[in-house]
Design a protein around this ligand. Structure first.
Ligand SMILES: Nc1nc2c(c(=O)[nH]1)N[C@H]1C(S)=C(S)[C@@H](COP(=O)(O)OP(=O)(O)OC[C@H]3O[C@@H](n4cnc5c(=O)[nH]c(N)nc54)[C@H](O)[C@@H]3O)O[C@H]1N2
Ligand SMILES: Nc1nc2c(c(=O)[nH]1)N[C@H]1C(S)=C(S)[C@@H](COP(=O)(O)OP(=O)(O)OC[C@H]3O[C@@H](n4cnc5c(=O)[nH]c(N)nc54)[C@H](O)[C@@H]3O)O[C@H]1N2
Ligand code: SF4
Ligand SMILES: [Mo]
Length: 765
């Protein structure tokens, strides 16, 4: 019997061979270098590996396609301005093997879907356009022109443009992203969901409302100068490794660090800078001064406990709050204080799961330090009350006047290398009217003002057959989204699914009636066009726009750039009715930048300033105490405590990244810092929770999640006893995505609540 879409969407339930060691107590150092070189030598040609290591993140080189952590403005390490995971990202992207028609002739879609995600990713780089006809078992090659015409024909056959969905993953450069959203809007829809909807959308919502811009306020330099950095819900050693060098610099300048996380993530504890030969010999820097083992989703309660004690001190002694800042720059103080007083300190602390001595240690630091930075990532954004998490942090920063001054502010640490830039240039299903007006002025067509689908809405629309064409510019939709089985059915309901990709992934195997794979250039590859090798641009987590230019020969001569793909599809779809000369842009990307500077604020002299060695900073209101909110001030907010209560039989599960993956791309099977090797189907549990369920170490269990009357199951996970708070557990994403309910998401932001899934765990029989 052939496999259904839901079967094809699920990750393999087979085990590899789990090996456990003690979690690491230090990160970086020699082992990081060793791991980087081992990945490079296994998967890349040696000449390419050397070339890459000298150009990655260097001024005038290419931007690391890993995370969005910024590069230093001035001095950059000659030993290589990259980390272990940057090198792994490159090794994956520049794999020696390429796959084309021979590969797809040999392997059916069904057969490929039985591979593990690790095996799928290691098949090699896609090298030519491929088409899966309705009812066919195998992909077949087709010409680029035929592919463009097929997409155009499908789009033009829809009853209305809102039946198409245009997804973006955050590696897409500013140039490609701008053209892509322009095309979607000229075609007639704002259905522009992106990976950001599953990532920092909650940060964007909370920060826009409170501070007037959906981005962080600090620069790298601020981090070096902060007196206190709070790292909440983030695992930088794995996901933003060079952030540890910045934290180390902050420590060397006398700064203190607090880490708030259910797991004692090794990188938050101690770090040896692999770029520092001296540190390699002397053994590294202790980073966290206080580690707070918080209960999953205990952050609002913990922050409220801090706020209550700050208020108590202010009322007793005064001088705790920055009253000048509050008076001059904020709105809503009285309502906020009145609401805060309704809460009880002991109750809040108990809900957070944190003990009193640990609380006191954090409180002392918050009380006494005046330059505070809060860094956060998915541990705060992927909950039902994610927006409240972030608004509560902002309340604390506002009370302390810790915003818009040196060494202080907000630092949402972004994920994909250009996810922030994509939003800046218009990938937004709910773009502001001012932006749409500028599009209308510049191009002479009226973009729809109706908000489009976010990721959750898009999945539902496809499930309900209201959307019929799915187009993905990068990414791996089926493995990234929640509720795998429901989402697989949603994709299967489409007439056409299209993916512009560098490598094979599961989304190519869970298709609509017809499917296309359009292979594109990677970041490191030279982008040859009529006017020469093109430069592109990206924006990092701190709002710096810089150039990126490929240095290696493309792995196949049949690849197109993302810009060229978008221009050709726009041309094929809108031919005869477009106001735009689509094909001109692909010959010369500086023309795209000329347009961006007219439509998007902060890009004046774009082409010229891109030539500056470190790029340029985009304007940022909060950085200079200008708050572009409805009240014209920084807003205090009133937030509830989360309402969920766990039954004794239940655990709350977070779905996290291992050290050997980039989102859905599985680099390897180890999670070195957590001491878990050669297995991904694991569930990290507290020993007492194991005992209460009579579970042994490495016992095989099944996990069940129940939400609003619907049960979801994932089978075959091995129990690993771990230092995690009671009633909390952790699994890896994407294996556990089947358990994340489509209807459980952050209020206002719709970020899937993939860090607070209520589950029960039972032995597998
Ligand atoms: N190598 C590598 N780099 C990456 C990525 C990758 O997959 N691999 N992904 C990129 C992307 S797109 C993103 S968004 C970022 C993700 O970067 P992170 O957010 O660091 O990634 P996660 O693994 O999701 O880790 C979340 C952390 O939050 C903690 N946590 C979970 N729930 C809670 C909670 O309720 N409260 C608190 N306080 N902590 C909690 C977890 O224990 C974990 O340490 O990394 C980017 N960089
Ligand atoms: N349960 C759970 N689910 C989650 C998360 C979680 O923590 N838990 N995290 C969420 C987050 S933060 C994010 S950002 C999303 C990620 O969602 P996505 O961005 O959709 O997923 P990725 O795994 O980053 O996409 C990888 C694919 O992108 C393609 N690719 C790589 N480089 C390029 C390129 O340069 N151009 C093009 N066109 N394609 C390229 C490759 O084919 C690769 O297979 O997942 C989300 N899903
Ligand atoms: S910290 Fe992020 S951007 Fe920097 S080298 Fe590592 S993976 Fe690349
Ligand atoms: Mo992300």
């Amino acid at each position: 019997m052939s496999r259904s879409s839901t079967d094809k969407a699920s990750t393999s339930e087979k085990f590899t061979t789990l090996k456990i060691t003690k979690p690491a107590t230090n990160t970086g150092g020699f082992n990081a270098l060793k791991s980087a070189f081992s990945h490079a030598s296994k998967y890349m040609k040696p000449s390419q590996a050397i070339k890459i290591s000298t150009k990655i993140n260097q001024k005038g080189g290419f931007d690391c396609p890993g995370c969005a952590w910024p590069d230093p403005d001035d001095e950059r390490s000659s030993l290589g301005e990259y980390c272990e995971n940057g090198m792994k990202a490159m090794s994956e992207e520049m794999q020696k093997t390429t796959i084309g028609h021979d590969f797809f002739k040999k392997h059916s879609v069904e057969e490929l879907s039985e591979l593990s995600d690790f095996e799928i990713g290691k098949s090699g780089r896609l090298s030519e356009p491929m088409f899966l006809a309705e009812g066919a078992t195998h992909y077949e090659p087709l010409s680029w022109n035929a592919a463009f015409e097929k997409v155009g024909a499908h789009l033009n056959a829809l009853n209305n443009p809102d039946e198409a969905v245009f997804y973006t993953s955050g590696r897409t450069t500013n140039e490609a992203a701008f053209l892509y959203q322009l095309f979607a809007r000229e075609y007639g829809t704002a259905n522009l969901p992106d990976c950001s909807n599953m990532c920092h959308e909650a940060s964007g919502s909370a920060l826009s409302q409170t501070l007037g811009i959906g981005k962080g306020s600090v620069t790298l330099d601020d981090l070096y100068k902060a007196e206190l950095v709070m790292v909440i819900g983030q695992n930088p050693a794995t996901n933003h490794p060079r952030m540890l060098s910045a934290l180390e610099k902050c420590k060397n300048n006398g700064g203190k660090i607090v880490a708030i996380n259910p797991l004692p993530e090794a990188g938050l504890m101690k770090f040896t800078n692999p770029q520092s030969p001296i540190k390699m010999l002397t053994g590294g820097t202790k980073l966290a001064d206080v580690f707070v083992p918080i209960m999953i989703n205990g952050d609002v309660a913990f922050m409220k406990a801090i706020l209550l004690k700050l208020l108590e001190k202010e009322e007793q002694e005064g001088g705790v709050f920055d009253s000048t800042f509050i008076e001059t720059h904020t709105h809503g103080y009285d309502a906020f204080i009145e609401d805060l007083k309704r809460f009880n300190f002991d109750e809040c602390l108990a809900l957070s799961g944190v003990d009193r001595p640990t609380f006191d240690a954090v409180f002392e630091l918050v009380l006494n330090k005046k330059k505070i930075i809060v860094c956060w990532a998915m541990g705060l954004t992927q909950h039902e009350n994610a927006v409240d998490n972030i608004r509560e942090l902002v309340n604390m920063l506002l009370l302390k006047g810790s915003i818009g001054k040196e060494g202080a502010g907000t630092c949402p640490v972004r994920g994909h290398s250009n996810v922030q830039g994509d939003r800046t240039v218009g990938i937004w299903e709910a773009a502001p009217q001012a932006f749409l007006d500028k599009i209308e002025n510049k191009y002479g067509f009226k973009p729809t003002t109706k908000h489009g689908y976010s990721v959750i809405d898009a999945i539902k629309a496809m499930y309900e057959k209201k959307a019929k064409v799915f187009f993905g510019l990068g990414g791996n939709f089926i493995s990234a989204v929640p509720d795998t089985n429901y989402s697989a059915q949603a994709l299967a309901n489409c007439n056409l699914t299209v993916h512009v990709s560098t490598k094979l992934n599961r989304s190519h195997l869970v298709t609509g009636k017809e499917a296309l794979i359009l292979p594109c250039l990677g970041r490191a590859e030279k982008d040859y066009q009529r006017t020469g090798v093109q430069v592109q641009s990206v924006e990092n987590s701190m709002g710096v726009v810089s150039s990126t230019k490929g240095i290696l020969e493309p792995c196949s001569d049949k690849l197109l750039s993302e810009v060229a793909v978008v221009c050709n599809i726009a041309n094929a779809t809108l031919e005869g009715r477009s106001k735009i000369n689509w094909l001109a842009y692909k010959d010369d990307y500086s023309l795209v930048r000329d347009d961006i500077q007219e439509v998007v604020e902060g890009f004046q002299d774009y082409n010229k300033r891109l030539g500056q060695p470190s790029g340029f900073y985009l304007p940022n209101g909060p950085r200079v105490r200008k708050f572009n909110t409805k009240t014209g001030k920084a807003n205090f907010t009133v937030n509830k405590l989360p309402e969920w209560k766990l039954k004794a039989s239940e655990l709350v599960m977070m779905t996290i990244r291992s050290h050997d993956q980039f989102n859905t791309t599985i680099y390897g099977l180890d999670d070195r810092y957590r001491g878990i090797f050669n297995e991904r189907r694991v569930i990290l549990m507290n020993r007492e929770d194991m005992k209460a369920r009579n579970l042994e170490e490495h016992q095989v269990v099944n996990i069940k999640s129940e939400f609003k009357g619907k049960t979801r199951r994932a089978n075959n996970f091995k129990v690993v006893a771990y230092d995690i708070p009671k009633q909390c557990c952790a699994t890896y994403f994407p294996e556990a995505n089947v358990l994340v309910p489509i209807d459980n998401y952050a209020h206002t932001a719709k970020t899937p609540a993939s860090k607070s899934v209520i589950v029960t765990v039972v032995p597998s029989t």
